[in-house]
Design a protein around this ligand. Structure first.
Ligand code: SF4
Length: 320
């Protein structure tokens, strides 16, 4: 029996702007199970990063979670006080952001950035014990302990990324959210990162949410995939199903765009059209203007996310 650690129920996230309201996330529901790696994928602007921020109540005003519940171990994060959520961040749910060079403070040694994090969450831990914790985590990350005495600019991109993960893991959280964690890495370092994340996952029994447009990365790490488009969930299925037998026309489009080195492709395949305007989204299915198999009903009504052959899908093609 899978244990649900985080559950989203009908989450809507809106940003009021001068010309209307950006409906960045609309009616998103899914569960995250303990110990799994979940990929949250879609093109830029599909709402995946916004949704990830909401897991830690980090949506900046004027943006707000308009409706819905985000339940961490059964308690609604949105109803917790700022103090409670602050304690939760890093200690229970940690986030690794996109660019390690800008996320690490250039003025402080790596050791001090770790000490600051430990002190913030557990001021009662003596310094020598905290140093031991840092040494342990660096060892798990494959970084020599003496490197803790260096500044971020003295480390390579891959090492900085590992430090970011270490800062996320130092308090032994239940959930690690990684938002585009390999954007600034070259392919060799990215391969090392995938290996590291898979090893850490086993070692820490970690639950991972991987937010990315890099489907190759998702294929290597995720057990399940949530595909988002225009702020809505289009399909949720196992990695095997998403990559081996995608059903939703948008998922099929995304998979088609993955370059295949075994085929002699002269050009990269792209999906025609642009993501929808989220101030005035299409009335029916948000993918309808770009969908090659759209029907009349698709223009009129939004398909709900329904159970279909072991997966969840929001598409009129699968409504019998
Ligand atoms: Fe295409 Fe219609 Fe399915 Fe949307 S609901 S993906 S427009 S077939």
């Amino acid at each position: 029996m899978k244990e649900t650690i985080l559950e989203l129920k009908n989450v809507h996230i809106h940003y009021p702007i001068s010309i209307g309201t950006v409906r960045a996330v609309e009616d998103v529901s899914f569960s995250l199970y303990k110990g799994e790696a979940l990929g949250l994928v879609g093109e830029s602007g599909c709402g995946k990063s916004t949704l990830g921020l909401s897991f830690l109540k980090l949506i900046r005003p004027p943006g707000r979670v308009e409706k819905g519940e985000i339940l961490y171990k059964g308690r609604d994060l949105l109803k917790m006080s700022e103090g409670e959520v602050r304690r939760l961040r890093g200690q229970d749910i940690a986030m690794v952001f996109q660019n390690p060079l800008t996320s690490l403070d250039p003025l402080f040694k790596i050791r001090d950035q770790f000490l600051e994090t430990i002190k913030y969450h557990r001021g009662d831990i003596p310094r020598d014990e905290a140093i031991k914790m840092i040494e342990d985590i660096l060892e798990k990350l494959g970084i020599e302990r003496k490197r803790m005495n260096e500044y971020p600019h003295q480390l390579s991109g891959g090492m900085r990324q590992r430090i970011m993960i270490g800062l996320g893991l130092i308090m032994d959280p239940d959930i690690l959210i990684a938002d585009e964690p390999t954007t600034s890495l070259d392919v060799i370092v990215e391969a090392g990162f995938i290996d590291l994340l898979n090893r850490l996952r086993k070692k820490f029994n970690l639950t991972i949410v991987l937010i990315t447009h890099n489907l190759g990365l998702v294929a290597e790490i995720a057990d399940r995939v949530v595909v988002m488009y225009g702020g809505r969930v289009m399909e949720i299925a196992s990695s095997e199903d998403i990559f081996g037998n995608p059903l939703h026309p948008y998922t099929k489009g995304l998979i088609n765009c993955i370059p295949n080195i075994e085929l002699e492709q002269e050009k990269l395949v792209t999906m025609p059209g642009n993501p929808p305007d989220l101030v005035n989204p299409p009335r029916g299915c948000r993918f309808e203007p770009r969908c090659p198999v759209a029907m009349e009903i698709c223009r009129e009504k939004t398909p709900d996310l329904i159970d279909y052959e072991g997966r969840k899908i929001a598409c009129w093609l699968y409504r019998g």
